[in-house]
Structure formats: C-alpha cells, structure tokens
Design a protein around this ligand. Structure first.
Ligand code: SF4
Length: 270
C-alpha cells in the first residue's frame, strides 16, 4: 500500500468506535471539491509512510483502538489492499473501507471473505452527472455494480434474520454444509454483519432537487444514506474555494427527499 497519512485517533470516522485512519495515496477521480488534494494531485503527494511503521503503531494500539479506517485517495486502486486488510483483521481490529466504488471486484471479494465490518461508498451524483462531478471518464457499469453489491449485503443479511427466527443457526449451518436448501454464498454471508453507508457531498454547482431524486433511485432501499455539506475551505480545484454551499434548510429538504428512497438518511454537517 502507498500510505500518505496516519491519523492515530478518531472518535467520528467509524461510527461509535475509536479508530485510527490510514490515508492511501492516489485517486482515479478528480472531484474538484475534493478536500484531500494532497492524496489526489501527484504534485502534492506527501512523503510515504512505510507500511511497517503503520503495523508497528497498530501492534501497540491493540485493545486501545477498536477499528481502522482505510480511506484516501481511493484505497481500492492498490493491488495489495486485500492482503493489507487481511493483516489488519488478523490483529483483531474492525475495518472500515471508504471507496468511490470504481472497483466492484475487490469490494465483492472483501465482503465474501468477511474482511470488512463497515463499507462507505461515495455517490457523486446521478449517473447522468457522474463524469462531470468526478472530473474524469467513469465506467458507470462499475459504479452500478458496486451499488448492487452493497445493497445485496442487506439481502444476504435479511436471509440471515429470517433464518435465525425460524431455526437455530448451528442446525442451519449443518444444512448448508450438506448443501441442501441454502447455497454456499449464503453460508458465507450469514456469518457476518457488515454495516454500510452511501454518501454524497452536495453543492449547488452540481446538485439540485431533481438530482437528489435520481440519487435516491440509484440507491433505493439502502439502509443508510449520509448527506454531506460542502465546505469551501480546501479543494482540489482552487476555483471551488469560491463555490457556494447549501443552506441548512436546503440540506434538510434534500434529506426529506432521500427518506422516500432509503431507510435512513442523516446529514453530516462537518
Ligand atoms: S473526493 Fe473524489 S478525488 Fe477526492 S479522494 Fe474522493 S473520489 Fe478521489
């Protein structure tokens, strides 16, 4: 992994857990409002932090930290992400991964192999506006596939809930092993509860009521959606420091729209 930052303590980045945050270098998007330009623009890349230093730190924080958040940049660009997360999991930490959803295959593999505890995917806008907002050509099929993979977490967990109500889990697993009524994929998924969120940073330049409806449709049925307010304090494109932001009242209106599509919508004000 190419690591550009390590925040040793956070109470807000993994819901209800004490976490450390690892920032990976490099991103395949160029969202002009990005607030981590040093991880996106190669000219601004910070000095790399050796992986061994990160693991040394984590070793000393066992039992003091609950979780590790891996963010960027875009962590899924790194070929060794799977191994990296496996190692962190083997140390006993919960793992949250932040992603822009451009690499559905790695998400699918990490979910199937029970290596994630929390997954946060950015939704930049409606599919119609994705490329404009991401500032680059985007494979929209990959975005749709990632959304589907994440929404399917609920289906498999829904299966778990239903099955748990009807029967004892040990008995069920015997049935799974005997390959009777439940297939092998379900067997993997019933062992694990993965939390997730979709989230969008909204700003008047890109988003309006119509756009929010389209985003809602894209992630329809999702358990949790987070609306993030844009703050023009640090941006990848310096022109965006002049961009306006939505009023709190408008944010609340967007929240009400999204509540028609998702189970829960929250606003992250900061
Ligand atoms: S906001 Fe956009 S450019 Fe910045 S890290 Fe996220 S996906 Fe990459």
């Amino acid at each position: 992994m190419v690591i550009g930052g390590l925040q040793k303590f956070s109470l807000i980045d993994y819901p209800h857990k004490i976490s450390a945050i690892i920032f990976t270098i490099g991103c395949n998007f160029r969202c002009p409002f990005c607030h981590n330009p040093e991880l996106v623009n190669p000219k601004l890349y910070p000095e790399k932090i050796p992986e061994k230093d990160v693991f040394e730190f984590l070793k000393n924080r066992r039992k003091k930290l609950d979780a590790v958040v891996i963010t960027g940049g875009e962590p899924s660009l790194h070929k060794d992400l799977y191994q990296f997360i496996s190692k962190i999991k083997s140390m006993g930490f919960l793992v949250k991964l932040d992603t822009n959803g451009t690499n559905p295959h790695i998400l699918s593999k990490l979910i199937k192999d029970n290596l994630l505890d929390y997954l946060a995917m950015d939704i930049k806008g409606s599919l119609d506006k994705y490329e404009e907002i991401a500032g680059i050509k985007v494979n929209l099929e990959n975005i749709k596939e990632s959304v589907k993979i994440i929404l399917d977490i609920d289906k498999s967990q829904g299966t778990k809930d239903i099955l748990n109500k009807k029967t004892n889990l040990e008995y069920l697993n015997k049935k799974v092993n005997a390959n009777t009524k439940v297939n092998a994929d379900i067997k993997v998924n019933i062992n694990k509860k993965i939390q997730y969120e979709f989230r969008t940073t909204v700003l008047p330049k890109f988003h309006d009521k119509n756009e929010i409806h389209k985003i809602g449709k894209l992630v329809s049925g999702a358990k949790l959606f987070i609306l993030q307010k844009f703050y023009p304090t640090k941006t990848l494109d310096l022109e965006f420091l002049k961009e306006s932001q939505f009023s709190n009242n408008q944010m609340l209106k967007f929240k009400r729209i999204l509540e028609n599509y998702v189970q829960k919508c929250l606003i992250r004000w900061k």
